[in-house]
Structure formats: structure tokens, C-alpha cells
Design a protein around this ligand. Structure first.
Ligand code: AMP
Length: 286
């Protein structure tokens, strides 16, 4: 096994590392995560390594992006296993602050993004994107990387981050990484581990049903009809609830009723109390 990457827990130590690296002419990339790392996270490190010299991974289970009754307390925390996985990657440093470093006593600033947060996950999880935008702003200011990468798995989150980085002219390149899937097509997620064997089997249907919707819409089916069919099929497959199946503009995330060129379908379906997110591109042949 390779040597474990160095871990720093303070902003001061992070900045020292970044400044010393810059003095040597190196570029820095940041991969923000909440830990419980899987091959989806690791793919982001591979991807950002194509763009920067030194990838830094942050691990922080951010309390402000969890709502009441969500899984903040039970969210898997497995730092040692994470470090062992990171040892097999190009990661040069792990930044793992505690909550007091990130939110010291008296902290009272929230970054709140309008527009794009007013639907889908923004409606399903009130306050969630404030928590995400605030913590990602902090991470970007603490590290000051040349580039940061986020997965398309959380497609709306990536759009929200692009929005505030543009609005606040944060000097960083935001990159998106493709969704990494398990062998049955289920998007890799730290929360998949919550599922029973039976639940995990049903979960594998989500991407199949979504791919069917994509094919139908690309072939000219009505968007409304395809969304309803996918919802009904998910419920019939054993999902307990469908928060949304929405065909949207890939940039603005506004609902679209007619797909002329490209669109994106975003969905959240629930099984065994777990919200499973997925999304896919819809390309209409000319
Ligand atoms: P999380 O630890 O869940 O906050 O995720 C950290 C980063 O990894 C986010 O940018 C996610 O979008 C990304 N990510 C999570 N799962 C996947 C996946 N299956 N494929 C690609 N990126 C992912």
C-alpha cells in the first residue's frame, strides 16, 4: 500500500501548503467531498489531475446542508478507510477541518443563491443549497485553488456552484465530472450503503427507467407523458415515492415542454427512506 496522504485540519496549515506549492510554480485543484469515498469521488481526482499539478481533497460533513430529520448524525464517517483509498490516487493533501474551524463561534454569513435554487432539490430540501453555497464558498476562499471539481451526479448543485462563482467572480475554474455508476447502472453514492439487498435491487431500476424516458423524449414523445410514465413505472418497480422526474433546460434548469436540441432529465426517487438522485442528458438527433 502507498503512504497515506498528509492530513491538515486548519485553514492556516492548508494555506501554508498552498502558498509553498505556488512558490514552486505548481497549480492547485480542490475536490470537495463529505467522505465515505467511492469510485465516483475518486474519478473526480483523476479528472482534475488532468488540469492541475496538485489535487487536494477536502473531507467535511457539512452540517448546514442537512435539513431537520435528515441523516447528518448517521452519515458515514470513515476517515481511515478514506485515506487508504486516497493513497492509491494522486491526492497530495487532505483537508479535514472540524465544524469549529469551518463555522467558528459568531459565524453569521450565509451565501444564498437565487433563481436556479427555486425548484427541484431547492424545493424538496429547503435551505440545502444555502448550506452548500456557503461551505463551498468557504472552501474556495480557504484553499484558493486554480480549479475545483464537482460531480454531475448532483447536477443542480453543480449549476448552483457555477452560478455563485460567476456572480461573485470567484477566480477559480469549476469543472464537472461525469456520473460514475455501479455495474447495474445505479449512480455510485455514499448513501447506497443504507439500502437492504432488496432495496438495492429496486434502486438499480432507476437508471433503466430514466434511460427509457431519454429514448422516448429523444424520439419525439411528449415530455409530460414521458415524465408521468417514468413516475408510474418507478412506483410500480417498488420505489416508495418519487419526488420529481423533470425534463429541464441543461443550463437554466427551467422546465421544458418541447425538446428541440438538448435537455436534461433530473429525478429523485425514494426507497427505504433513502433519496436516490440521478440525471441524464437528452440529445435530440437533428
Ligand atoms: P459528496 O461526498 O456526496 O458531497 O460528493 C462529493 C462530490 O462527489 C460531489 O461533487 C458529488 O457530485 C461527487 N459525486 C458523488 N457521487 C458521484 C458519482 N457517482 N459520480 C461522479 N461524481 C460523484
Amino acid at each position: 500500500m502507498n503512504e497515506l496522504p498528509r492530513v491538515v485540519r486548519t485553514i492556516t496549515a492548508l494555506r501554508q501548503f498552498v502558498q509553498a506549492s505556488r512558490a514552486e510554480g505548481k497549480t492547485i485543484g480542490l475536490v470537495p467531498t463529505m467522505g465515505a469515498l467511492h469510485h465516483g469521488h475518486l474519478s473526480l481526482i483523476t479528472e482534475i489531475s488532468k488540469h492541475v499539478d496538485l489535487p487536494i481533497v477536502s473531507i467535511f460533513v457539512n452540517p448546514t446542508q442537512f435539513g431537520e430529520g435528515e441523516d447528518f448524525e448517521t452519515y458515514p464517517r470513515e476517515e481511515q478507510a478514506d485515506l487508504e483509498k486516497l493513497a492509491e490516487t494522486d491526492t497530495v493533501l487532505v483537508y479535514a477541518p472540524d465544524a469549529r474551524e469551518m463555522y467558528p463561534p459568531g459565524d453569521s454569513t450565509t451565501v444564498s443563491v437565487g433563481g436556479i435554487t427555486g425548484r427541484l432539490e431547492g424545493t424538496a430540501r429547503p435551505g440545502h443549497f444555502d448550506g452548500v453555497a456557503t461551505v463551498v464558498s468557504k472552501l474556495l476562499l480557504q484553499c484558493q485553488p486554480d480549479a475545483a471539481i464537482f460531480g454531475e451526479k448532483d447536477y443542480q448543485q453543480l449549476a448552483v456552484i457555477r452560478q455563485f462563482v460567476r456572480d461573485l467572480t470567484v477566480p477559480v475554474d469549476i469543472l464537472g465530472g461525469p456520473i460514475i455508476r455501479e455495474t447495474d447502472g445505479l449512480a455510485a453514492s455514499s448513501r447506497n450503503a443504507y439500502l437492504s439487498e432488496a432495496g438495492r435491487k429496486v434502486a438499480g431500476q432507476l437508471n433503466v427507467i430514466l434511460a427509457r424516458l431519454v429514448a422516448e423524449v429523444a424520439a419525439g414523445s411528449s415530455v409530460k407523458h414521458a415524465e408521468q410514465t417514468a413516475t408510474d413505472t418507478l412506483l410500480a418497480a417498488g420505489f416508495h415515492a418519487v419526488d420529481y422526474v423533470a425534463v429541464v433546460d441543461p443550463a437554466t434548469l427551467e422546465p421544458v415542454t418541447v425538446v428541440n436540441r438538448s435537455a436534461r432529465v433530473l429525478t429523485v426517487a425514494r426507497i427505504e427512506g433513502v433519496r436516490l438522485l440521478d440525471n441524464m442528458a437528452i440529445e435530440v438527433p437533428r
